[in-house]
Design a protein around this ligand. Sequence first.
Ligand code: GLY
Length: 383
Amino acid sequence: MKHLFLVLTLASTVCLGQLNVNKEFEFAAKQYEGMLAAHPDLTQFPQSTLPDGKPRDMKSSWWCSGFFGGSLWYIFEKTQDPKWKDAAHQWTMAVEKEQFNTRTHDLGFMLYCPFGNGYRLTKNETYKNIMLTGAKSLATRFDPKVGLIKSWETFKGGYTYPVIIDNMMNLEFLFWAARESGNKDFYNLSVTHADNTIKNHFRPDYSSYHVVCYGPNGEVLIQKTHQGAADDSPWARGQAWGLYGYTVMYRETKDKKYLDQARKIANFMLKHPNLPADKVPYWDFSKPGEERDASAGAILASALLELSTYGGKSAKSYYKDAVTILTSLSKAPYKAEIGQNNHFILQHSTGHKPGNSEVDVPLVYADYYYLEALLRYQALNKK
Ligand code: GLY
């Protein structure tokens, strides 16, 4: 969530190559004006499009409830127009009750994207207190005997301690909570979770399993997939979550082993023979020619922009590849037309293909990471 450089000169134009951040945010603002008008009910969170073309809205307990508020904060950050601050505040507070939710590991997404961005931009203490309660709720899911935050309550086959690679995305929230509260436990459990994930989630080629199920003493029982094509295939968004997660781990700890891990994941993705020329991945790297996942592309672009700031021989190519992805996403077929696409910005994401759910649709988190990546790109070009 953090931007690389926080001081933005809002009046100046960022237009390098084919990417025009101002223009893309003008588009996003117009599109999200329509989204706000179509969503008067603060309990119905924009998520996607249903097979019949109607909007798919979800409740605040769904893992994606924080992304809309988070995107509204990004639009406020760019435009500085108070109307976006008001809308962002409303949709952020709409998630408030989830601070007490101990049944999900997704509190990083649900709370840190809206409240974290809101707090960064406004220093509203209410946001901070909600997040600190939420961080405590999330930490209840860490069993020190296992050494990981439990993702779900169960997984098919009778497993009771499943951990998914996506869970790496919750750690940024816990690092923030460790700093703000002075409670080192949040820091330590994040490091333990990340270390055990390196040990058990990754294959020799640095692709990752989606789901690892653990026994009561942290023993690996089975390595599976839920949203990928096969247990041993590289599900595209899972690879992107891992890359983003280990990039954050390096930012927060400065431990080189995490930088090394992030680079190895990046190289797996970027050098994969099935990565298309526009660098927006197919939904699974083993399924070339099938649906794309623009959300994986947006997450990948955002993570690569941060990774490119940590030096090394590949830094320039990470940056270049991120720009290629953002340039691809900023035009057809990914970018929607104004007023179309149920008011989402991006088309062609894939949520859960094996479950035949959210296939080749807009997804609220694709928009969120796209906007984040555009702001990161802008910040890097203002140096
Ligand atoms: N489970 C979160 C995702 O679909 O990426």
